[in-house]
Ligand binder design. Structure first.
Ligand SMILES: [Fe+2]
Length: 323
């Protein structure tokens, strides 16, 4: 079987490492016109939508009709997300002026203008999820890392889905008292390094693995899905969540062969090299949007101040509108 691998990418906008960018390189303001447009929308329409499922149907049609916002988001997408660096921080609306339910609608107004809009993140149709430490005991097989205060664990989002997640926006409502900084790594940089030092593992990463589908079982009750870590079609597509691959092999009753563990180890060797990860601390009101193929993300562990828990809102923009 011939595998088409991504050629080495020397473009520093795509293949970057820690400290190659400073905040002024990747931070933009939403213009006063776009902010005003969203405020006006919130006054007239904001309370008409279920904040859990906004982003679908008529809501999507109305948000893409926010023309100032739409054109700015399209420019941001083209300038930062499609051509590199693959992430952007947007100074958006202050969370102080809205209730939590309204903030979810605000986030859907801004981020619903990326690509085909936001898609459901669970089987209940929720499109904007709260990310906070819920203080529950953490069990890798059943818990979500995003519901804890843990750090580490570089991954891409939505690996359990049959359709890829293109962009992954995070709106900071309240940062942690300590830690909780987002950390990003370029998938092109990882790929370049593997091309240099372990071509066999890189080629294995282009072949399918078993992945845990989590709660998204297949149409015939399938609990695993088979897909590769890397694909290449004009640009690089990367999906990665080692835990879900390891759980996938268990669920499929397959032993983890040596070439599989060697390829995952090679991936992690570069992914967890501290020279690569860019730290992105967020202030309240900022939205970090990542290209979910060009970057892998993690975060540092965090501690909350009493009564002031770190709270982020997370969206998913998929390659198709169907979830
Ligand atoms: Fe994530």
């Amino acid at each position: 079987m011939t595998i088409t691998t991504c050629p080495p990418v020397l473009n520093p906008r795509l293949a970057w490492k820690k400290n190659d960018w400073s905040p002024s390189d990747y931070t933009v303001d939403l213009s006063p016109a776009a902010v005003e447009e969203i405020r006006e929308f919130m006054k007239t329409e904001g309370d008409k939508y279920d904040h859990r499922t906004c982003g679908a149907d008529s809501f999507h049609d109305k948000t893409i009709a926010l023309l100032a916002c739409r054109s700015e988001i399209e420019e941001i997408e083209s300038r930062f997300l499609k051509s590199g660096p693959g992430f952007v921080v947007i100074n958006a609306l202050s969370p102080d002026d809205f209730s939590l339910a309204q903030l979810k609608v605000v986030m859907a107004c801004v981020c619903g203008n990326f690509g085909n809009g936001l898609v459901a993140q669970d089987t209940h149709g929720e499109v904007v999820k709260e990310v906070a430490d819920r203080g529950l005991p953490f069990d890798p097989a059943s818990s979500k890392y995003s519901d804890s205060n843990r750090g580490g664990n570089y991954h891409t989002d939505g690996t359990e889905l049959p359709i890829p997640i293109r962009y992954f926006p995070l709106y900071c409502v309240r940062p942690a008292a300590r830690g909780g900084v987002s950390k990003l790594v370029s998938s092109y940089t990882i790929h370049n390094r593997l091309q240099d030092d372990d071509l066999n593992s890189l080629q294995r990463l282009y072949r399918p693995f078993y992945w845990d589908r989590r709660s998204r079982v297949g149409p015939n009750g399938e609990r695993t899905i088979e897909k590769p870590v890397f694909e290449y079609d004009k640009d690089l597509k990367c999906r990665y969540q080692r835990l879900f691959i390891e759980l996938g092999y268990k669920l499929a009753n397959q032993s983890v062969e040596q070439d599989v563990s060697r390829a995952l180890d090679a991936m992690d060797r570069h992914l967890y090299d501290d020279a690569l990860a860019m730290d992105i601390p967020l202030r309240a009101g900022q939205v970090l949007v990542c290209n979910n193929s060009f970057t892998l993300h993690g975060r540092s562990e965090f501690q909350d101040a009493p009564g002031q828990p770190r709270l982020y809102l997370r969206g998913w923009v998929a390659d198709t509108i169907a979830a």
